[in-house]
Design a binder for this molecule. Sequence first.
Ligand code: ADP
Ligand SMILES: Cc1ncc(COP(=O)(O)OP(=O)(O)O)c(N)n1
Length: 267
Amino acid sequence: MKNVLTIAGSDSCGGAGIQADLKTFSAHGVYGMSVITAVTAQNTQGVFAVEDISAELIKKQIEAIYDDIKVDAVKIGMVSKIETITTISETLQRYYVKNIVVDPVMISKSGYHLLQPEAKTALINNLLPLATVVTPNLMEAEVITGVEIKNIENMKKAALLIHKMGPQYILIKGGHLEDEATDLLYDGDDFYYYPSPRIQTKNTHGTGCTLSSAIASNLARGLSINLAIEKAKEYITIAIQNSFSIGKGVGPTHHFHELYSKVGLID
Ligand SMILES: Nc1ncnc2c1ncn2[C@@H]1O[C@H](COP(=O)(O)OP(=O)(O)O)[C@@H](O)[C@H]1O
Ligand SMILES: Cc1ncc(COP(=O)(O)OP(=O)(O)O)c(N)n1
């Protein structure tokens, strides 16, 4: 059994954050563990409150896991504020952690600042250099680089700049492009494309969380970065195709082991 950790925020409605990550890990047949950085009061219509977990408790959660259990990959999601970011970075470095997927979560689809704007530089300086792969969406890549991103050429320009900030691989997600949902990977030498037709649905809550957790699961299972992303892209595409409405707003994606094993995405 491979063990995968998520360091992220809790989403009370279960579509994003820790809850989406753990569902994704289960669907991939890996053992999921969590370090909670913040608790959000959230549903399909928005985020209504956030309470951050103390840096001390975040550190103790990470230590509790790494002092006892072998971790094959870690995904980092919502990190809220400067102290949270520096604590995660310092603590992970003590354990020489490998296979780190950083999803630089900034603003929810509903418009709530899940990363305090003043913490942007701390995220860039402390987490990007640790990342095996960083997975910004278009807006996050714009904030990180200052490049306006409307098309693949802009994505390539941003990827080159983000690579200079330290991550080994950069995956810029194209879920917010106008036509196809093409994701772009840059490995420091070459670009790789992961296209899919745009699926017409409003139910895309937690797509970014799901993709990054699927990549972490695949890295833990020993897949190469290209295959880990290719399989994760297949997973998120089917998860969105099978997304559904709960509540009045943006519904979640679908995570069922049976569904994915049928189409051969996992063993
Ligand atoms: N409507 C859609 N149709 C197909 N793929 C999508 C759609 N929306 C998002 N995706 C895919 O979901 C993943 C998450 O992307 P994105 O929605 O851009 O991230 P975030 O949730 O961080 O904003 C990417 O692989 C992206 O291509
Ligand atoms: C607790 C928590 N973490 C992350 C997010 C953002 O998730 P994402 O996958 O980008 O999905 P949307 O919010 O954009 O639907 C979140 N909402 N909550």
